[in-house]
Write a protein that binds this ligand. Structure first.
Ligand SMILES: [Zn+2]
Length: 287
């Protein structure tokens, strides 16, 4: 499942390729996504000029010239492919999660520009498109969600107050989009390892230093993941492009049974499954 860093990589590639361009044609091959693509979608998007592509949490936001917007959520398995019309065999997968080859099946939507095509692929169909018709509605769209990890609102005061009397464990809070937006299962384990905090510790038991550690490591680890993917995406020039190398950076995620990577720690990484999610942590240095 794409998490915030992966969505940010997609945003950067899309922004670079489609800003200041107009969509000439929209082809919908299959409307069935998490929410059905509305019948007026093609007409709404067609001939609109794109100002920029931004992001909130795991939502891509396409900004059109006349204050119209299109949100794209990649769900579990959504990927966006950019095809150069002049070099049809050379294309770019904007996500570093998957193969750089354009899949033959599950290409739901095609956006045609003058010299390129943008294709949305989604085998599991949990992604969706959403039309937003003015600036006020865009602001309202995200008010029920917590701040992004990079936001100044994700600060010590906010976290300490939020955790008061909270019996839920810290890892559940990192995944709770009302508390903080955009942290998923992979990075939650990595952030708590870096913070030396046991994922199952109750949020109300975290002291100020531990809260601060969680905040700073959230920002640092997500930024680092973006930089890693960002540098690999620049090599995605053709079908022989390499995958991102973010996996090599994992300290605990999918490292079950391995020795702890922290210097001077002799602990072993353990995997625990709760409500269908795997949590990875060091039994020795995460208290
Ligand atoms: Zn350890």
């Amino acid at each position: 499942m794409p998490e915030l860093p992966e969505v940010e990589i997609v945003r950067q590639s899309l922004h670079k390729k489609i800003k200041k361009k107009s969509i000439q044609q929209v082809i919908i091959r299959n409307r069935n996504l998490r929410f059905k693509i509305p019948v007026d979608f093609e007409n709404f998007i067609k001939n609109k000029k794109i100002i920029k592509v931004s992001r909130f949490s795991k939502y891509l936001i396409i900004h059109f010239q006349n204050e119209d917007y299109c949100l794209i959520h990649l769900g579990m398995s959504g990927t966006i492919h950019i095809l150069d019309k002049k070099k049809p065999l050379k294309f770019t997968n904007t996500s570093f999660y998957h193969s750089p080859y354009l899949p033959e099946k599950h290409n739901h939507a095609e956006f045609v520009f003058d010299n390129l095509k943008v294709i949305y692929n989604d085998p599991r169909r949990f992604g969706f498109f959403e039309i937003i018709r003015n600036h006020q509605d865009l602001d309202k769209r995200f008010t029920s969600m917590g701040p992004e990890p990079f936001s100044n609102k994700f600060n010590l005061n906010y976290v300490v107050n939020y955790f008061k009397n909270k019996n839920k464990d810290i890892k559940s809070f990192l995944l709770d989009q009302k508390f903080v937006s955009g942290i998923g299962n992979i990075y939650a384990s990595e952030i708590l390892f870096a913070s030396k905090i046991n994922p199952f510790k109750k949020a109300k038991r975290l002291n100020k230093n531990e809260c601060l550690s969680v905040i700073l490591n959230s920002k640092r680890i997500l930024k680092h993941a973006i930089n890693k993917g960002g540098s690999s995406i620049r090599d995605f020039k053709d079908i022989s492009g390499n995958k991102g190398n973010f996996q090599k950076e994992f300290k605990v995620y999918q490292q079950e049974g391995a020795h702890c990577k922290r210097t001077n720690c002799k602990g072993i990484i353990k995997k625990k499954i709760t409500s269908n999610r795997s949590t990875f942590f060091c039994v020795s240095c995460q208290k």
